[in-house]
Design a protein around this ligand. Structure first.
Ligand SMILES: C[S@@+](CC[C@H](N)C(=O)[O-])C[C@H]1O[C@@H](n2cnc3c(N)ncnc32)[C@H](O)[C@@H]1O
Length: 202
């Protein structure tokens, strides 16, 4: 789904207060964040992984976002995310565990929607900001530190939610459940969520 970015159709910029409510950082958050900081820094520097993904996915590799999603989202995956969200240009999406922001930035570029990206990795969030600037969508993208289990966003404040390979990395089952509840809480009635996850036996 590609919605043309005609002026009358353009989503307004996200305001600062849309992110005012992000939760406070605890020592636990810092521990999780720094582990993922290292992973995002390594991922950004890994030519090998980029080469492997490019070879494996062929035409389905989204070349214009290198490095792209942390694990495996392909161009068809991202098109499906955008389609299933049924988003429109004025919508506010939340990307839960946005990491370096490639999926979120791709989706808002294609749909003209706006996105709030939340993550605990300062390195990932900085990469996401940089990516949004590079793609010229920084007015429609805000990212900030927040725990998926306690988002701190207002009830029913988002039109849609996406989360690629993030909820499954939360170690405790109870916290994964809390994260899904949080997503439901911040969604407006009828809002849709697209979730990509690994099935793990824990
Ligand atoms: C595998 S990466 C996926 C990043 C992105 N969604 C993508 O597909 O490129 C998982 C992300 O989840 C974030 N994360 C893990 N636990 C979190 C938590 N409790 N709260 C917020 N983010 C968390 C990590 O910092 C990391 O950026």
């Amino acid at each position: 789904m590609v919605i043309p970015a005609e002026d009358g159709n353009r989503a307004p910029a996200l305001r600062g207060e849309d992110l005012d409510a992000v939760s406070r950082e605890t020592p636990d958050h810092r521990r999780i964040g720094s582990r993922w900081d290292a992973a995002h820094a390594r991922r950004a520097g890994s030519q090998t992984l980029t080469r492997v993904q490019r070879e494996v996915y062929g035409d389905d590799y989204f070349e214009d976002v290198v490095p792209n999603s942390f694990y495996h989202a392909t161009l068809s995956d991202l098109k499906r995310v955008a389609r299933e969200l049924r988003t429109s240009p004025r919508h506010i999406l939340v990307d839960l565990g946005c990491g370096s922001g490639a999926p979120a930035v791709w989706v808002i570029r294609e749909t003209c929607a706006r996105v709030i990206g939340v993550d605990l990795s300062g390195v990932g969030l900085e990469q996401a900001r940089e990516r949004a600037r590079a793609w010229g969508v920084q007015e429609r993208a805000r990212v900030g530190k927040s725990d998926l289990c306690a988002l701190g966003l207002k009830d029913a404040s988002c039109d849609g939610a996406m989360s690629l390979d993030a909820i499954d990395v939360i170690p405790r089952a109870a916290d994964r459940t809390a994260a899904i509840r949080e997503a439901a809480r911040v969604l407006k009635p009828g809002g849709r969520m697209v979730l990509a996850t690994w099935e793990q036996d824990r």
